[in-house]
Design a binder for this molecule. Structure first.
Ligand SMILES: Nc1ncnc2c1ncn2[C@@H]1O[C@H](COP(=O)(O)OP(=O)(O)O)[C@@H](O)[C@H]1O
Ligand SMILES: O=C(O)C1=C[C@@H](OP(=O)(O)O)[C@@H](O)[C@H](O)C1
Ligand SMILES: [Mg+2]
Length: 169
């Protein structure tokens, strides 16, 4: 079984995934890193040039191929659950863990993370806090449906989050 990490931007899927894979001595793969390597373009440039629909098609291709792996820890991008085929494949081939955080926590991590510029182009025309709240409201039912269980990340560091995940495995 693979372990898939899902959740909104900056809930820690990439950082927790890496650390968890280390602790479980399993290989780690980040779907966004794969997409960038395969297409040789940053997410921001891809979306600026071709739009979100194009990005979602590339993301689907990556997730589909990662679902054929075994025993990997796989960090997805925050919007992977928008495609029901991704959700179906992840549920069939692994355990799906939802990392959660409040809109305030997400906002503060997004504006502080150096990778935001290349990796997290705006999803809407709203200001960042409104975008987060509105998008969370739309996506929360999708994360909920996809996930086997959820972990709150607001008050814990990566190490604590890994330990809490390990307790649930
Ligand atoms: N539990 C946490 N506590 C504090 N900062 C965190 C935590 N998890 C992630 N971060 C920070 O948030 C930013 C985004 O983390 P990342 O792992 O890339 O999230 P995601 O892959 O979900 O977008 C990084 O700057 C990271 O250091
Ligand atoms: O929430 C989203 O729609 C996205 C999240 C990003 O990944 P992270 O969740 O790792 O930031 C990246 O896949 C892309 O910018 C789209
Ligand atoms: Mg990530």
């Amino acid at each position: 079984m693979n372990i898939f990490l899902i959740g909104y931007r900056c809930t820690g899927k990439t950082s927790v995934g890496k650390a968890l894979a280390g602790k479980l001595t399993r290989p780690f793969i980040d779907a966004d890193e794969e997409l960038v390597k395969k297409n040789r373009v940053t997410i921001s440039d891809m979306v600026a040039e071709h739009g979100w629909e194009f990005f979602r098609e590339k993301e689907r291709a990556v997730i589909k191929s990662l679902c054929s792996l075994e025993n990997h820890v796989i960090a997805t991008g925050g919007g992977a659950v928008l495609n029901p085929d991704n959700v179906k494949d992840m549920k069939e081939t692994g355990l799906v863990i939802w990392l959660k955080a409040s809109a305030e926590t997400i906002h503060s991590r997004i504006i502080q993370d150096i990778k935001t510029l290349e990796q997290r182009p705006a999803l809407t025309h709203k200001n960042l806090m409104e975008e987060i709240k509105e998008t969370l409201e739309l996506r929360n039912p999708l994360y909920q449906y996809a996930a086997d269980f959820a972990i709150d990340t607001d008050l814990s560091d990566t190490d604590e989050i890994c330990n809490r995940i390990k307790e649930r495995l």
